[in-house]
Write a protein that binds this ligand. Structure first.
Ligand code: BTX
Length: 325
């Protein structure tokens, strides 16, 4: 019940909601509403009351409080188990190490990561209180070969959430980055374990630079944050909830019929690579190709100088550009 009250107050953040409306909406007495509000206030929620106006919720600060996020995700399967750390080595490492006993759809968040990871052992800078450092634990009953496609689902979910919330022209740099104005705001790391014909778990890690105002020297030329591009601080909780809701919708329609059509439409519409020359790096070999399209499976169709087309399934793709990124 308290989650429902919080949900109603969040939906009207900063504006009063009358006791009468809450009573009607929730089917409980005004006294019961008042008692729940008291408990929420004791739990630290900044809820003010005014005679004849009702109740209003003000944001305390930008801290990621699990109760707030839970209330915003009420009724959703993704995030029904939510774990929020103040500090951790890596949310993906935690997800992998505890996958056995974590429920399908568990979301792990941390205010900071001390050993955030990118692909192939690279570091992911995750300073405290600035970004979204999040992992989703999934246990779908789909063939292991299909598991890699969750990266595209996550990319579509994040890109759309950023665009809807900020209006920024966020683009997907296949396979696992989101860029704004040519710089990286988000990276996705998908890790999977299973047997020949069964996935044990997939951990999809999403790192987003949200309110960072500076970056370590090594990445400052390639990285940016939403705050830098948007010019204003962004509510991380709101972005998290949008991403999870987008992901849930796309992911469920995918695992039910293995159809990626909606995801591919988003990934194509907002592609940073279609029509561009890119450098494909496989181990130590590098070559320049032009991206022709993204196919129905979410893979890249590229064309080499002699007009020959081929499909790229994964691997490191680097766009040639002014910043080398
Ligand atoms: P990636 O291998 O594509 O990118 C890693 C590279 O990106 C680094 O080598 C560095 O050059 C650059 N980089 C590092 N930190 C940042 C940053 N904050 N912003 C922009 N560029 C950066 C991308 O791997 C996948 C990243 C996933 C991160 C999430 S966070 C939650 C989860 N936990 C975890 O340890 N990783 C994932």
């Amino acid at each position: 019940m308290r989650n429902k009250i919080l949900e109603a107050l969040y939906a009207n953040k900063g504006n009063y909601v009358s006791g009468e409306i809450l009573k009607e909406k929730l089917g409980i007495s005004r006294t019961a509403v008042w008692k729940h509000i008291k408990i929420l206030q004791d739990q630290g929620y900044n809820i003010q009351t005014a005679p004849r106006k009702g109740y209003v919720l003000f944001e305390a600060d930008d801290k990621l409080l699990s109760k707030e996020i839970e209330s915003l995700l009420w009724g959703h399967t993704m995030g029904r188990e939510l774990i929020v750390f103040d500090s951790i080595d890596s949310t993906n490492t935690y997800g992998k190490n505890n996958a056995d006993h974590l429920m399908d759809g568990t979301i792990i968040l941390s205010e900071e990561q001390l050993a955030g990871r990118g692909r192939r052992g690279k570091d992911w800078s995750s300073p405290k209180g600035t970004g979204i450092w999040m992992s989703m634990v999934l246990k779908p009953d789909i063939p292991p070969t299909e598991g890699v496609k969750t990266t595209q689902i996550a990319a579509a979910a994040v890109c759309k959430a950023i665009r809807d919330l900020t209006g920024l022209d966020a683009l997907i740099k296949w396979p696992n980055d989101i860029v704004v104005n040519g710089r990286k705001v988000c990276g996705i790391l998908t890790e999977m374990a299973g047997q020949l014909n069964k996935i044990d778990y997939i951990v999809v890690g999403i790192g987003i630079n949200v309110n960072n105002t500076e970056f370590p020297e090594g990445i400052s030329a390639v990285a940016t944050s939403l705050q830098i591009e948007y010019g204003k601080k962004i509510d991380r909780k709101e972005l998290i909830v949008r991403i999870i809701k987008n992901f849930e919708a796309l992911y469920h329609s995918y695992i039910e019929n293995l159809n990626l059509t909606e995801v591919v439409a988003i990934v194509r519409d907002y592609s940073a690579v279609i029509g561009k020359e890119i450098k494909v790096i496989h181990g130590t070999s590098e070559r320049i190709v032009t991206v022709h399209d993204i196919d129905e499976e979410g893979f890249l169709i590229v064309e080499s100088g002699d007009g020959k087309r081929e499909v790229i399934f994964s691997g490191e793709v680097s766009i040639r550009g002014k910043n080398g990124y």
